[in-house]
Structures are given as C-alpha cells and as structure tokens.
Design a protein around this ligand. Structure first.
Ligand code: GDP
Ligand code: ZN
Length: 328
C-alpha cells in the first residue's frame, strides 16, 4: 500500500513548450513530453478574474509546472511555479468588444533568459521604430536583448554600420548576419547556447531561415518574401519552445509580428529607453515625460547630440500610442 502511495506522490515537474487550444505540452528533465490539461481549480480561479479572458495567462509557454499523470499517460497540471519574468503584449482587440478593458494582456512566454530581436537591413527595410518597440517590451519585462540585423548581403556596409554603432553606443549587443554569405551565424549560435531565448521580429526578416541553418534538423517553414505585410492582427499567441541539446531553448513566436507593450505608463516609458536613464533625474519636473516640458534633461541631451534623434523620435511615437490609449 505504502509503495503505491509513494508512486503517486512523486513530483513531476516540467516545462510548458507548446499550447494548443486546451492541451499543454510539458517537457520533463528526462526529456519526456506529456500532453496535459489544466486542473478544474485553475479555470475556476481564472473565471473569477473577469477582466482577463486569455487562457494563456494561467499557464504560458516557458512556465514550470507540476502535474499528475492519468492512467492513459496524459497529465493534469495542478501548480504553476512563480515566473521569473514574462514577456507580454496588449492583446489585439477582440471583435465586438467595446467596453473598457477590452485590450487585455497576453503573455507571450515566461522565464526567459534573453530576447533575440531579429531585423533585416532590406526586404523588409530596416525599421528602427519596430526594433525600439521590441526593445521596450523586453526592457519592461526585465529581459536582456540581443539585436540581429539579418540579410547583410542585401545592404551596404555603411547602411548596416550606422545602426550597429547607434545601438552599440547605447549598450546593446548587436550583430549582423546573412544566410547567403553565412556571416555572423557562428557568433549568433554561440550567443544562444545554454539559454532560453525568445525570438522576436517582423515577418519576413528571416527567423525561420536562420533557425533552419543553426539547427539543420529543424525544418521550419520558410515564408515567401511577399508574405511580410504588416501589423500583428493575429488574435492568438502561438509561441512554441523548441528544445535543443545543452539546455538551449528557442521560443519562436510566429503569431507575434509586432508588440504593443502592455501596461507601460507614460511616465515610465523613458526608463525603457535605457540611454535616457542617466538624464531622467535631472529634469526640472519629476512628472516630466520628456515631451513639451521646460528644462527637460532628455530634450537637452538630444539637442547636444548625446541622445540620438531617431531614438528620441521613436520614444515620442511610442509615447503617443500610450496617450491615445484610454486604458493606461
Ligand atoms: P520569417 O518570416 O522571419 O521566418 O522569415 P523567413 O525565414 O521565412 O524568410 C523570409 C524570406 O527572406 C525568405 O525568402 C528567405 O529566403 C529570405 N532570407 C532570409 N534570410 C536572408 C538573408 O540573410 N539574405 C537574403 N538575401 N534573404 C534572406
Ligand atoms: Zn524630461
């Protein structure tokens, strides 16, 4: 009797690698994957929070969970370990919803070591504002970023160097790559080793192509150039954590083309443009949002060329999207 009881009390813990409707795929340390559902209690607790509608908020890709195993070999998740961090975005508008609070938080992934923000120099053209938006999302979630400018074969050295210098000066790790010349790919794969990396970037910049080269047995679908079209209108978060050897995990986010950072207040945005930080304390008003206020230390630094104009411009645009959003 006792031994039977012990068997059932063995703690099974694993990492959520994929969520498909109500199925949660959980990978254990011994490299076994279990298809799990959520224990009823979770759903009940969740239903109480009426302002939240997304199941991914209860359990997200990257979560460490405890689960029981059913007779048929499937599992039931009964506990989610506290998240070290998580990346989220404002959920796209829900069709037909018009009440306050319709724009909810959607968790993209949790327990992340670093974000790899992939851009391309051309096709699609390098977009520093999209990059800054991803950087702000990562900064506000306390996640380190690595920036990669892909398709270096399509741009001139000058075009690429300009951006590398700018972001290097701010303090970011930034490299350029090309799947055509293969330049930068070794360095990139070293940066990913033994880390949980969330891969972010607009559609068409080369996410699948790069992963396929670094991890040849992966076989991700490579899209056609004409597929890159624009904003993230997808309503579901489709993150998938892909485990590789040596504790290396990549979280691919095919449903996330752009991130509208969630829950950032106007007065906090400046902190997520990390080169603004040392100036913030010197603004005349402590409520300064570095827009129109007199004696703003950030604006001063822009005028003196200590903060780049393109970054400040990015900041203002992002600030504007927060201002027009009723909910923050
Ligand atoms: P994803 O949407 O970010 O996953 O982008 P894909 O990997 O599907 O790539 C989109 C297109 O860009 C494909 O036609 C790729 O062949 C092409 N591509 C990817 N990387 C490079 C590169 O370094 N140089 C060039 N010239 N084309 C690339
Ligand atoms: Zn200011």
């Amino acid at each position: 009797m006792l031994s039977v009881k012990l068997i059932f009390e063995v703690l099974i813990r694993g990492l959520v690698t994929k969520i498909e409707s109500k199925d949660y795929y959980v990978l254990t340390d011994s490299n076994k994957s279990f298809r799990c559902t959520l224990r009823g209690k979770f759903k009940k607790d969740f239903a109480l929070k009426k302002n939240k509608l997304y199941l991914t908020d209860i359990v997200a890709v990257g979560d460490l969970v405890d689960f029981d195993i059913n007779k048929d070999g499937s599992g039931v998740i009964y506990k989610v370990e506290e998240r070290k961090n998580y990346l989220s975005r404002k959920a796209p508008r829900i069709k037909g919803a018009s009440y306050r609070g319709e724009r909810l938080e959607q968790i993209i992934a949790s327990n992340i070591d670093q974000a790899l923000i992939l851009c391309s120099i051309k096709e699609p053209a390098f977009n520093n504002r999209t990059l800054d938006r991803f950087l702000v999302a990562a900064e506000s979630a306390h996640i380190d970023s690595i920036i990669v400018i892909n398709k270096s074969d399509l741009g001139t050295e000058n075009q690429i160097e300009r951006w590398i210098k700018l972001y290097e000066n701010i303090g970011y790790k930034i490299i350029s790559t090309s799947i055509v010349t293969k330049s930068g790919l070794d360095e990139l794969s070293k940066l990913l080793l033994k880390k949980k990396t969330v891969l972010l970037g607009q559609s068409g910049v080369g996410k699948s192509s790069i992963l396929n080269i670094i991890y040849p047995n992966l076989d991700l679908k490579v899209g056609n150039i004409s597929d890159y079209s624009g904003k993230g209108t997808h309503t579901t978060v489709t993150s998938v954590m892909i485990p590789f050897s040596d504790n290396t995990f990549i979280i691919d986010t095919p449903g996330v083309r752009e991130i509208d950072p969630y829950g950032i207040k106007k007065e906090d945005l400046g902190h997520y443009f990390i080169e603004f930080n040392k100036y913030l304390v010197n603004c005349k008003f402590n409520t300064c949002i570095h827009d129109h206020e007199p004696e703003c230390s950030v604006v001063n630094a822009v005028e003196k060329g200590e903060i780049s104009e393109v970054r400040y411009d990015s900041y203002l645009r992002l600030l504007n999207t927060i201002e027009t959003d009723l909910f923050y």
